[in-house]
Each structure stands twice: as C-alpha cells, then as structure tokens.
Design a binder for this molecule. Sequence first.
Ligand code: AMP
Length: 432
Amino acid sequence: MSFETLGLMPELVRALSDKGYTEPTAIQSQAIPAILNGNDVLGGAQTGTGKTAAFTLPILQRLAEHPNAKAKGPRVLILVPTRELAVQVHTSIREYGKNIRLRTAVMYGGASMNPQMMALGKGLDILVATPGRLIDHLERGTAQLHRVETLILDEADRMLDMGFLPAIKKILNQVPKQRQTLLFSATFDAPIKQLALQFMRSPVEVQVSSQNTVAQTVNHIAYPVDTARKRELLTEILSERYQDQILVFVKTKHLCNRIAEQITKDGIPALAIHGNKSQGQRLKALSDFKAGNVRVLCATDVAARGLDIPLLPLVINFDLPMVAEDYVHRIGRTGRAGANGDAISLVATDEGGLLRAINRLLKQDIVLEPKPGFEPKHAMRMDITPPGRGRSTGHQSPRRKPSQPGHLKSHGMASQKPKHGGQPAGRRDKRG
Ligand code: AMP
C-alpha cells in the first residue's frame, strides 16, 4: 500500500518521501481514507503508531483543496494534553504541510499570551492548543471557534486523566455543531466512550494494537544488581552502546539530576528532563538529544510521556516503575514504527515484586540474568516491593482498567497543571 493509493495529493506525498516514509502505518491506512471521506473517526492508537500523520495528512489535504483565506479563527482545532505534544504536533504539521500554503499556530500554558493573541487575531487554518490555555483565550475573548470545521482530540484519555474534561466540554460547546470530529485515545473506557457518544456523529472506529507492536519489536533485558552498583552498571552499558541515543528512566527528579550529572562526570554527556525544569529547558534538552548533541537523556516518567523521540535503539530503566503500566509507556520509546529496540532494566533485589507485576501485565517472563561482574550479593526477592513505592503491587489503577489487553492506560499526572477543569481525576503522585 502506498500513500498515493490512500488518495493523498502529490504535495503531501512529496513531503512524506522527504521524511523517508515509504508506506503508511496501520493506523494511517485505516484512518486517512475515512477522514478524507469526511467521517468522524474514533481512533485507538498510542504514540509511536504514526497517529499524528494519520489525522494531520487528510486535514492538510482538505485545507489545500478548499483554501479560505478570509477565515477568522481556526478552521481546524487540535487539542492535546501537554505543551510538548502541542509543539510536536505543530512541528509535524509544518513538515507534512511544507508544500502547501498554511497558517498555523500553537498555544499552551506557560508561554506568553501576546504572540498567541496576535496569531489568533489574524485567522488561522490550524490551531494546536492545550485545553487550559485555549480556555484562557476564550475567556478573554481573544479566541473564536465559530469557524472550526474539524475538531481533533489527541490523546483524549490523557486529557481526561489530567482533569481537562470540563474544559473540553466548554470548548465542544463553542465549536459549530456541523463539523468533523476526530478522537484519538490509547484506551476506551467509560468516560471516553461517553464523550464520543455525546459529541460525535456515527464515528468510524479504527484500531491498532500497540501492545503487539511492543511485544514484537522490543527485546526485554533485566539485570539483577545491587542498588549500590546500579550507577556503575549504567555507565558500563552506556559505554558499550557508545553509538546509540539512549533514554534513561529514573524514578525521581532528584535522582534524575544526580544520575545525569554523574554520568556526565564519567565522560558521557547527559541531560536531565523532569517536572522541575522549565518548559524552555525541557524543549532545549529534547532538541539537543534529538539533534544528537547529547547521546543520553535522563527522564522521569511524567516528563517523558508523549515525547516523540523516533527510532530510539535503547531505553534503560535505572529503576523499575512503581506502576507496571509505566513500563509499557517507557519502552514505547523504543521499537517504534516497526524498528527494533532494546529495553534494559536494572533490577535491585528488592524490586522483584515490581518485575513480577510487569511480567503479569505483559503476559511474558522477562528473564533476569546478571551482567558478568555485576552479580548481586543477595538473591532476588520476587515477593516484596521496595518501601516508599506507594501502591505496592504495580497493578493497574483501581479507578480504571484497560478496556482491552492491548490498550494500556496512560496514567495522567499533569506536566502542565490544568487551570480550568477542576481536580485531575487520576492518580496524582509526586514524581516527575
Ligand atoms: P506518532 O505515533 O504520531 O507519535 O509517530 C511516531 C513516529 O513514527 C514519529 O517519529 C513519526 O515521524 C514516525 N512515522 C509516522 N508515520 C510514519 C511512516 N508512515 N513511516 C515511517 N515512520 C513514520
């Protein structure tokens, strides 16, 4: 299957081939024809499946075929949960749409209002926004949504987890009833279904099973090791994989900083990305990492969620996540879009319980095999969870269960605090 056979115009196909995409991913071949056809679409897909292009390409095509230079206010509104995702989606739009005349803008909390107001005043083809900041503009009267032809909710489950449901409802009530609505989510439990039922018209459902993608393309490796020697082992692995870009997951912000500093001292330049860093610092660290200026990026779960870091050959878990589902999110950074990847976990003897929970969730046994020279002094305890790890089992949240085995919920902790929309409904912890 080629992009042409999906009905995409040459301007878009050229941009895709410049990016090196030769054929559509599963979600793209399912969603693009339906969106081009004008249908509402309910898409089940996580980051890493190519979902951004799946909804962006047909929208760009429609804008190109029916230009409307006079429009005040956006013709297409894309709502996303975090600023990082907003920037990424906007960048993708600029890349895929580089051969088309387009007016686009991106807005999110934490950035200055004025340039955003100016962009809104000029009228736009596409606006990418986080719900909280868009509500700010609506309340000030600096945004108008009466021209919206297509509304896209990206990572809808995360937006709900972050407490954005009231904001989303307010926004939905301000866009025209006659419109196309596209909703993408990794999970489809009751609140998402309700939203879809209430605000969509007979949506076409498209689905890709991301857990299969993970299982087939990721090689899971677990090294049992004493906590005191984890850092040494990390440096060893980083040195062995000296040609690779590597993402290292660390459970706390403090440890994240410390590890980045220590491995930099070991001669491997590394940056840290976590919730205490300013947005500018986070974006700079990410772009330095993407550009290859630094080879190693240390991240907490929350800071890394939703970041688009393509073709990462290796993810290291410096420690296991306290919630088993976070393991799946972490390794979602590798083995993406069909490429192979390794996920290496450093497992202290008291983290056996966490590994067991991960094995249960993945329905496979990750083999624990010591790295020569780093054999732990004590035997692995599979029955305990380390102290201070909050909920003890690493099982799924009692509030929600994944609707299908292949769709693991994205636990939401706001990397951006929702200003509007009340308390986040999901688990709130102090990490990230
Ligand atoms: P997404 O799920 O939108 O975050 O995309 C995941 C990654 O896959 C991004 O780095 C995209 O640039 C890449 N990608 C999207 N579509 C394709 C494709 N058809 N072929 C190869 N890579 C793709």
